[in-house]
Write a protein that binds this ligand. Structure first.
Ligand code: THR
Ligand code: THR
Lengths: 160, 160
C-alpha cells in the first residue's frame, strides 16, 4: 500500500465556492459553469454529491484566489438562471492530495489518509478522488500538520 | 479546448453507496473507510461536499458490483461507530468520464460536458474531478447516449 503513494501535495492558493440548494435537474451545473468557462476562470475541484429527497443538492468548486471575486460576481448575476439558494465562499482552505498509482483498487489509500488526519483532529471539509489521487479540503491553518502526518502515514519520510 | 480531451470512458459496473447525515467531525470518514480497507474492497469515486450548518454531511462512494453486498454489510455493522442516518445504494448508475490533460486550467472542459448532457436531458447525480478527468454519475440507461453526445461535444468523432 505504501509504495502506491508517490507524494503529498498541498495548495493554499485555492478558494472554495459553494452554491446551496441547486435544483437537481438537467441543466443546473451547465448553467453554473458556462459563465465561468466564458470568463476563462480556472476551476479545479468540482464536487457534487447525490441529492437527497428534496430534489436539490449543493455544488462546490475551487478556483485560484485570483479568480474568486470574478467567479462570485458572475454567479451572483446568474442566480436566477441557475437557481440556487446561497452563494458561499471561503478563502481559508487548503487542498491536500495523496498522489500515486493504482488508487482505484485500494480503499486503504483513502483510509490511511482519513485516519491520519482524524488522529490529529483535522476536519475534512470535502473529498474528491481519481485513479491517481485522493484530495481533501481542510482549514489552511492545518496544512503543514496535515502534510507532515501524511508523509509519515504513507512512509514517505522513511518513518512510515 | 477540444484537443485537451483524449477520450470518454463509461463504466456501468459500479454501484453507488451513500451514507446520509454523517457527523462533520474528525474521524467520521476514517470510520467509514477503515472496515472497507480491511476487507480489501475496491473503492473508486469518493465524494463528500461541504457540510451545511447542521454539522453533518453525506458521503458517497462507488464500488464494483461484486463488492456491494460486502460493503453494505460492513457499513451496517459499523453504523454506531460511524454515526450516519441512512445507508442508501443504487446499482443502476454509470460513471462517465471525460479524460484529458491540463483540465485544471479550464472550466470549459466541465462546461462542455455538463452542457452536452443537459441538452439531452441527462441528469447528473454526482460529480468529481481531477487534473486529468471530469467524472459524473448518471443513470445507467443513459450511458450510450451520454458517450455519443460527449464524443461529438469534444470533437472526438470528427463531428465536433
Ligand atoms: C445538480 C446538477 O448536477 C443537476 N442534476 C444537473 O444535471 O445539472
Ligand atoms: C464528514 C467527514 O469528512 C468529517 N468531516 C471527517 O473529517 O471525518
Amino acid at each position: 500500500e505504501q509504495q502506491l503513494i508517490t507524494g503529498i501535495a498541498a495548495d493554499k492558493n485555492e478558494a472554495k465556492v459553494t452554491l446551496t440548494r441547486v435544483a437537481d435537474t438537467p441543466g443546473s451545473v451547465a448553467a453554473i459553469f458556462a459563465p465561468l468557462a466564458e470568463a476563462a476562470i480556472n476551476v479545479d475541484m468540482i464536487i457534487q454529491n447525490v441529492g437527497r429527497d428534496k430534489g436539490e443538492t449543493d455544488v462546490t468548486f475551487t478556483v485560484p484566489m485570483a479568480d474568486l471575486t470574478k467567479a462570485l460576481d458572475l454567479l451572483e448575476k446568474a442566480q436566477d438562471k441557475v437557481g440556487y439558494n446561497r452563494l458561499l465562499h471561503d478563502t481559508r482552505v487548503a487542498k491536500i492530495s495523496a498522489v500515486g498509482v493504482g488508487m482505484r483498487s485500494n480503499a486503504g489509500i483513502a483510509s490511511t489518509m482519513f485516519g491520519a488526519l482524524a488522529d490529529r483532529g483535522i476536519n475534512i471539509q470535502a473529498i474528491t478522488t481519481s485513479e491517481i489521487k485522493v484530495s481533501v479540503l481542510i482549514h489552511e491553518d492545518e496544512t503543514e500538520l496535515a502534510v507532515r502526518v501524511l508523509h509519515t502515514a504513507y512512509g514517505l519520510d522513511g518513518e512510515g
